[in-house]
Write a new protein. Structure first.
Ligand code: FAD
Lengths: 409, 102
C-alpha cells in the first residue's frame, strides 16, 4: 500500500483529493489530507463581507464535508517536511509518503512592514484578506462617518491581484448608497506604475478611477506606517496621510515551507510552471498559491492546475513522462461597483483582451468590458466554488488551457 | 511601434519600453536615461546589469528583490533613480516593467 499525502485542504488540496480518489485504486493508494483548521473559508467572499453584501455564514463551511469518502482527513498543524526522508512531521505524529502534494496556500504577513501590525491594527488599519480582518473592517465601516480612506497594496505577488482595486470600486458604491460619498476621499495606493499595468487594460479601463472619483498614488514602495500621525511612508520619503487604511499586506507561503527549506524569499515553492512538479524533488508536486509559478494566485487558476496535475500524477505513478501542459490560464471576474463587473481570461503569454466568453462570438459574457451579467457571474462563482470547483467537476465550456477563440487578439 | 533611439531603430511599446531586448545597447540605455533626467554613472550600470540578469533568469523584479540583492539597498535605489526606481530602471535596462495581471 502506497501513501499519497496532500498538505492543505484549502481550494487546491480539496480539489486534488476529489480528483484523485476515484482515479487511484483504494487497494494500492491511501490518500491523506492534512489541514490545521476545521473551517474552510470562501476567500473570494472576503471582498464582500466588509460591505455587508455577504454574511459570515455565506463564506465558511466545515472543511471535512468536502473531502471525499476513502480519503483520511487529519486536522493537525504541519510542523515540517523532510523531503530527503519522504516524511512529514505533524504536531504529534509523523507520516511517511510516496508522493506529496503541497497545497498550503499563501497568507498575509503584515509584520513585514514596520508599524503595520502595531497599536492601530484593526483599529484604523485593516486587511480584508483574512476572515478576522474582513469582519473587523465590516464593523468599522458600519459606524465610520467618513474621512480619508487609502486602499493600499504592499507588494506583489498577492493572491487575487485585482481584489484591492475591486475593494476601492465597491467602497465607492457603498458610500454612495450610504449617502456619505462626499465625506469620503478614496485613494488607491500601489507599488506598481499604475492601477492598470497592461496596455490593453489601461486603455480599456483607465476611465474607471476617474468616473468613480478615486485618487491614485503610484510607485509607492511602503517602508513603514507611522501610527502616531496616521501616515504611510515609502522608501523615497513620500508620506500619505489617512484616517482609515485598508491594506493588502505582503503575501507569503506558510512558515512550514521555510522550516523545511523548500521555499524562496517569500516561502513559495520553486515549481515547474508547466508540469507543476517541484523543481528539486521529483515525488513532490505543488499546486495553488503555494507555488512560485508566474500565474495569478487565484482559485480559478488552482482549478485549471488541478486538471493538469491529476493527469501528471497518474503519469508519474506509471513512470511515464509528465505533460508540460499548464499554460497559466486564469479566469477572473472583477467587481466594478454599481452591480457591474468585468471578466478577464488570460494565461502566461496572452494578456487580457476584449471578446466574448465562453462561447466565441455569442458570449453571453463579455471580456474586459463592464456588464451586469458579469456581476451575476461573480456572485454565481460562490455557488460554483462550493458545488463544482471544490468537488473537482469540470466547468462546462471552459477548458483547462486558455482558448484564443472569441478573443480580439 | 518602431522608434529611433541613439541612431538605432528599435521596437517599443506606447510607454517607450523596449519590446526586444536583443535590440538594446548601452548607448540606447544612456539616451533613455537622459530623457528621464538621469546621468548614468558606473554605479547605475551595475544596477542595470543586475536587473538584466534577473530578467534573463526569469525572476520577477520587486523592491524586495533589491533588498535581498546584495548589490544595493532600497534607499540607494531611490537615490539613483528618483521617483519610481523600478519603473525607470527597467526602462533604461530595456526590460519590461513589473506588471500585475491587468
Ligand atoms: C479577498 C480575496 C478575494 C479573492 N477573490 C478571488 C476570486 O474572485 N476568484 C478566484 O479565483 N480567487 C480569488 N481569491 C483567491 C483564492 O481564494 C485563492 O487563490 C485560493 O483559495 C488558493 O487555494 P490554495 O488551496 O492554494 O490555498 P488556501 O485555499 O489558502 O488553502 C491553504 C490551506 O493550507 C492550510 N495550511 C497551510 N499551512 C498549514 C500548516 N502548517 N499546517 C496545516 N495546515 C496548513 C491552511 O489552513 C489552508 O486551509 C481571493 C482571495 C482573497 C483573499
Amino acid at each position: 500500500m502506497k501513501n499519497l499525502i496532500i498538505l492543505g485542504a484549502g481550494t487546491a488540496g480539496t480539489m486534488m483529493a476529489n480528483h484523485l480518489r476515484p482515479k487511484l485504486k483504494k487497494s494500492e493508494w491511501g490518500i491523506t489530507v492534512v489541514d490545521q483548521y476545521k473551517t474552510h473559508y470562501y476567500q473570494p467572499g472576503f471582498l464582500f463581507l466588509p460591505f455587508d453584501i455577504y454574511s459570515e455564514e455565506q463564506v465558511k463551511k466545515i472543511g471535512r464535508k468536502f473531502i471525499p469518502k476513502g480519503v483520511k482527513y487529519v486536522q493537525k498543524k504541519i510542523e515540517q517536511i523532510f523531503p530527503e526522508e519522504n516524511r512529514v512531521q505533524l504536531e504529534d505524529e509523523t507520516l511517511d509518503y510516496d508522493l506529496l502534494i503541497i497545497a498550503t496556500g499563501s497568507k498575509i504577513a503584515p509584520e513585514e512592514v514596520e508599524g503595520m501590525k502595531a497599536e492601530n491594527w484593526l483599529k484604523n488599519i485593516f486587511d480584508f484578506y483574512t476572515f478576522e480582518g474582513a469582519l473587523a473592517l465590516r464593523n468599522k465601516l458600519r459606524e465610520w462617518e467618513g474621512g480619508r480612506m487609502l486602499v493600499h497594496l504592499t507588494e506583489m505577488p498577492i493572491k487575487c491581484p485585482v481584489a484591492p482595486l475591486e475593494f476601492a470600486f465597491l467602497a465607492d458604491s457603498y458610500f454612495k448608497e450610504k449617502g456619505i460619498r462626499d465625506k469620503v476621499q478614496i485613494t488607491y495606493v500601489t507599488p506598481l506604475s499604475g492601477a492598470f499595468t497592461k496596455e490593453t487594460c489601461s486603455t480599456a479601463l483607465g476611465y474607471l478611477l476617474k468616473e468613480k472619483n478615486i485618487g491614485l498614488e503610484i510607485d509607492f514602495a511602503i517602508e513603514s506606517v507611522d501610527n502616531e500621525n496616521n501616515l504611510i511612508i515609502d522608501y523615497g520619503g513620500r508620506k500619505i496621510p489617512f484616517d482609515l487604511l485598508v491594506t493588502v499586506p505582503t503575501n507569503m507561503g506558510d512558515e512550514v515551507i521555510a522550516r523545511s527549506g523548500l521555499g524562496d524569499d517569500l516561502n513559495f515553492v520553486p515549481t515547474d510552471p508547466h508540469t507543476l512538479q517541484s523543481k528539486h524533488h521529483e515525488n513532490i508536486f505543488v499546486i495553488g498559491d503555494a507555488t512560485d509559478v508566474p500565474a495569478s494566485k487565484a482559485g480559478s487558476v488552482a482549478h485549471f492546475e488541478a486538471e493538469t496535475l491529476t493527469d501528471n500524477i497518474l503519469l508519474y505513478i506509471q513512470n511515464k513522462p509528465l505533460k508540460p501542459e499548464f499554460d497559466g490560464h486564469a479566469n477572473c471576474f472583477i467587481e466594478t461597483g454599481n452591480n457591474k463587473a468585468l471578466l478577464i481570461d488570460f494565461n502566461y503569454k496572452q494578456e487580457p483582451v476584449a471578446g466574448t466568453f465562453p462561447i466565441p462570438g455569442l458570449g453571453p459574457l463579455k471580456l474586459l468590458k463592464e456588464s451586469v451579467l458579469n456581476h451575476w457571474g461573480k456572485l454565481a462563482f460562490r455557488w460554483i466554488y462550493w458545488n463544482m470547483l471544490l468537488k473537482g467537476r469540470p466547468i462546462p465550456l471552459v477548458s483547462r488551457n486558455m482558448s484564443t477563440k472569441g478573443k480580439k487578439i | 511601434m518602431e522608434t529611433l533611439i541613439a541612431g538605432s531603430n528599435v521596437k517599443v511599446n506606447q510607454e517607450g519600453y523596449l519590446l526586444d531586448f536583443s535590440q538594446w545597447n548601452r548607448t540606447i540605455g544612456e539616451q533613455i536615461a537622459q530623457a528621464e533626467g538621469i546621468v548614468m554613472t558606473p554605479r547605475h550600470w551595475e544596477v542595470i546589469e543586475w536587473l538584466q540578469e534577473q530578467v534573463k533568469a526569469d525572476k520577477a523584479l520587486s523592491i524586495r528583490g533589491i533588498k535581498k540583492s546584495g548589490v544595493l539597498d532600497i534607499k540607494e535605489f531611490y537615490a539613483l533613480f528618483p521617483g519610481g526606481p523600478l519603473k525607470i530602471s527597467t526602462k533604461i535596462a530595456g526590460v519590461p516593467k513589473p506588471k500585475s495581471c491587468i
